[in-house]
Design a protein around this ligand. Sequence first.
Ligand code: PAF
Length: 280
Amino acid sequence: MTVATKISEVRSAIKQWKADGLTVGLVPTMGYLHEGHGSLISTAVKQCDRVVVSVFVNPTQFAPNEDLEAYPRDFERDKALCEKLGADLVFHPEVSEMYTEDASTYVEILSDMPKQLCGKTRPIHFRGVCTVVSKLFNIVQPDKAFFGEKDAQQLAIIRKMVIDMSYGIEIVGCPIIREADGLAKSSRNTYLNAEERRAALCLSKAVKLGRELTAGGETSSEIILSQMKALIESEPLARIDYVEAVDGITMNPVEQVKSGDLIAMAVYIGKTRLIDNFTV
Ligand code: PAF
C-alpha cells in the first residue's frame, strides 16, 4: 500500500491504473477510522480493482466555533487499518497541499438542501464538504465513491452534486454500522465519558422507536417525531438540535412520511453532537 501526501503522486498512480484498464474506488474520510469506515473500505475493495482512501481533516467544513483542532487524529492506526482491509493507496495531504493560501473557489449547492437538518446550525458545512469532495474527485477521478448512510444529508448532497456537475461517478451509500448496544459508530464517540456514552443510547433508541411506529403504519411526522423527541428528552444529558422527517432526495420537510423518506436527528450529549437516522 502506498501513502501519498502530494496530489502529483496520486495522479501518477491513477494514470498507471487507468492505463492498465483498472477501475478505481475512492473512500473519502477525515481519519480516526472506525468499523463504519472499515465497511466502506471493504465494500470498495470488493467492487473496485484499486481503492484510494483519503485521510484529510478538511478545515473548510468546520466553522470557527467548531472542533477542527480537537478533531481526533491517529494516522498510524488509520494507515494500518487501510492496509489490513486491502486499500491500495492512502492520500494524506497537508492542508497547504489541498488549499493554497488564496484559495477562493467553492462548490456550493444553492437550493435549500444544504440549509435543512445539519445545515441549520452548520451553515458553511456542506459548502466545505462539496468543495473538498469535488477536489478529491478531480484528483482521484474514481469510477465509484463510497459514503456512509449515517451522514444521510451529506450522501444526498453528494449525489445531487454529482448529477449537477456531471461527474459521471457512481456514488455508493453504505449502511450505518452500530456498536453492539445500538450506538452508531462515529469518530466523535471518543469524546464521550462513561456517563455520556450510556446517555448517547437515546439516539439509537429513538431510531428504533421511529422504525417501530412507521413499520406499524404511522405516517404522521408530528406523531412520530413527538414520540421520538419525548424519548430523547427523558435523558437528562441529551439536548436536541433537531429531529426531523424529510424527503429522502430533496431533504425538504414532509408532514406525512412515505417509503424512502428520511427521519434524522442531531443530539448533543454533553458537548458532543451526535447524529443518527433511518430511512422509512
Ligand atoms: O464524512 C466525512 O468524513 C467528511 O465530511 C468527508 C466526506 C470525508 C469530507 O471531508
